[in-house]
Design a protein around this ligand. Structure first.
Ligand SMILES: [Zn+2]
Ligand SMILES: [Zn+2]
Length: 256
């Protein structure tokens, strides 16, 4: 017994010495503070935000919600003011609503790892997501159970308009992004659940119809931004345009 114990003890010493040897090559692990994680590059495509940070659980996006394109809804003193008369979405003639664009102070918290949630929470009235230029996406309703049809006429030439408190937003394809800043098949922004929003075409140029999408108005496949594939929403030319019967995933929050 005594001998065995001694052998064990000797083995322990050898083991310990080996450990000491390897310790000299061990590198220090730097623990990055959780408030300072790198923002995934796909979120850096949101060029209109005031700030974008990542705490490991949520991407926090702060925005003034000011469109970076001309609009008849800017005060006439603003350099981006431009009068407009002519056709808008669906071909109807534009008729200005009484509201004006007002700078906001909005904070979106979007889950870093977007995940399906079988509860599929209904999208609220107001902002349901954020476009690359920092402007809000709204759903297909003008008010509680009110269809959008009466409001379409007030979309400006880039298909956005402000509501009563001056929050500019897009219910349908944001034309400035799909024709100037991105493409018809490009990334346009994110909904609050972290799943990306794409334009009305796929990357091969085919038009996306509602019948190709699920009831949440999305589907899954690879995109240039997500080479491993992802669930994503598409804008289409038919109601509900962007979102159908709720979020596909677990929505984050927005505070104004
Ligand atoms: Zn609206
Ligand atoms: Zn798609």
């Amino acid at each position: 017994m005594k001998f065995i114990k001694m052998v064990s003890f000797f083995s322990f010493i050898v083991f310990f010495m080996n450990c000491s040897k390897t310790d000299t090559t061990t590198t220090t692990t730097i623990v990055t503070p959780s408030s300072n994680l790198a923002v995934p590059t796909v979120y850096l495509k949101i060029y209109g935000a005031s700030s974008i940070t990542n705490d490991g659980n949520y991407i926090t996006i702060k925005t003034k919600n000011l469109p970076d394109h001309k609009s008849p809804y800017y005060p006439t003193t603003n350099s981006l003011y431009e009068a407009y008369s002519g056709p808008t979405f669906t071909g109807v003639n534009f008729m200005k609503n009484p509201n004006s664009i007002v700078e906001q102070s909005a904070t979106y918290k979007i889950p870093v790892n977007a995940q399906v949630n079988t509860a599929h929470a209904a999208t609220p009235l107001g902002a349901i997501g954020i476009a690359l230029n920092g402007v809000a996406f709204f759903n297909q309703y003008a008010g509680p159970s009110q269809p959008l049809s009466g409001e379409i006429v007030s979309f400006d030439k880039y298909y956005g308009h402000p509501q009563q408190s001056g929050v500019y937003h897009y219910h349908v394809e944001p034309l400035y992004l799909t024709t100037v800043k991105s493409t018809k098949s490009g990334l346009l922004g994110f909904l609050l659940d972290g799943f990306p929003v794409y334009g009305p075409q796929e990357e091969d140029g085919t038009l996306v119809y509602n019948t190709l999408l699920d009831v949440y108005h999305g589907h899954s496949h690879k995109t240039v931004d997500y080479p491993n594939g992802t669930y994503h929403y598409h804008f289409t030319n038919e109601a509900p345009y962007l979102n159908g019967s709720g979020f596909y995933g677990t929505p984050g929050t927005i505070t104004q």
